[in-house]
Design a protein around this ligand. Structure first.
Ligand code: UDP
Ligand code: MG
Length: 308
């Protein structure tokens, strides 16, 4: 098989058929499979998908989740089941025009040094918050995410293997795509209007997504607690010296005040420093539990085993 088209669909009953027909027309001449992931839809998405399956059993596959697990889980499931030479991810709502799929595919065929094509949205209006999020995550973490990069991507099989090898449960795909490395070509596309239904992204969901993204790829927030602890203890220590000197110079105003203050500030500072140190260890444990591979190789020559 040449291409697997992975399509996460959550409550897209009004879109899947149009999407299927449009994509089929756009891909004439290519051998492809559709892998639809019904992400626990509560409408008739699955019924529609089953009809598509019945009409084209050879080229359509469906995975239906027991409940809504989210787009990230759907992407993972699709990639895990992909066996084709190339795999792409595309939304079911018609916002990402399938005409780009051929372009992406041809690019990867013509340019063997590239392993993936990522489509970036050409922004109609500058979204300040989104822009800030990319700035922040690129600053805080070791990975680099291009501003505006979407999940509309095509990968070579070796990269799909690397992505599915990352088995962490809390998945932030854009980070994982960047983390696994490989050479990605960035192209741009015009986002179209949603054909039917509405977006699944509320403000709160977007915020959680952004927060998850930062926490998945950076333990710097934990380190910040150590620095805050140190900063507060230094200030506490200066204040402590000030109280001791003041008591020595002007005498005792309230008996016990100076000594109590000293003990409190000192212990408070020590506690914060140790909390920070514990934070460092939690950070390390957190990284270990994610069980990411220490390295990912792209190709091996002269060995019998598969790569990875
Ligand atoms: N989607 C999904 N599970 C979810 C939310 C969304 O599979 O929990 C799918 C959705 O059906 C669509 C794609 O992910 O095919 C993108 O979702 P949406 O259009 O809501 O996002 P937007 O385009 O507004 O960023
Ligand atoms: Mg959409």
């Amino acid at each position: 098989m040449e291409l697997d088209i992975i399509v996460p669909a959550f409550n897209e009953e009004g879109n899947v058929k149009n999407f299927y027909n449009q994509t089929k027309n756009a891909l004439k001449g290519l051998k492809y499979n559709f892998i639809f992931i019904d992400d626990g839809s509560s409408d008739k998405t699955l019924v529609e998908l089953e009809e598509i399956y019945k009409s084209d059993e050879a080229n359509v596959k469906i995975i239906s989740f027991s409940r809504n697990f989210g787009k990230e889980a759907a992407i993972y499931a699709g990639l895990q089941h992909s066996k084709a030479k190339y795999a792409c991810i595309i939304d079911a709502d018609g916002q990402q025009n399938p005409k780009y799929l051929l372009k992406m595919h041809d690019f990867l065929v013509d340019n063997p040094e590239y392993d993936a094509v990522c489509m970036c949205q050409t922004q109609k209006k500058k979204r300040l918050l989104q822009h800030m999020f990319y700035k922040l995550i690129n600053k805080l973490s070791d990975i680099e995410i291009v501003d505006g990069a979407s999940d509309f991507r095509m990968f070579r099989k070796s990269m799909v293997a690397a992505i599915t090898k990352i088995s962490e449960k809390n998945r932030f795909s854009k980070g994982i795509f960047s983390y696994v490395g490989f050479k990605t070509y960035y192209d741009s596309y015009d986002v179209e209007d949603r054909k039917s239904g509405e977006t699944k992204w509320s403000k709160r969901k977007l915020f959680n997504y952004a927060f998850d993204g930062i926490v998945s790829f950076s333990s710097k927030p934990l380190r910040a607690s150590a620095w805050t602890g140190l900063f507060i203890s230094i200030i506490a220590f200066i204040y402590l010296v000030f109280i001791i000197v003041k008591t020595l110079v002007t005498g005792v105003d309230t008996p016990g005040y100076a000594s109590l203050m000293c003990v409190m500030l000192f212990l408070g500072g020590i506690q914060l420093i140790f909390l920070g140190i514990i934070g460092e260890y939690i950070g390390k444990t957190y990284n270990e539990t994610k069980n990411r591979p220490v390295f990912i190789s792209k190709k091996k020559l002269g060995f019998d085993e598969e790569i990875l």
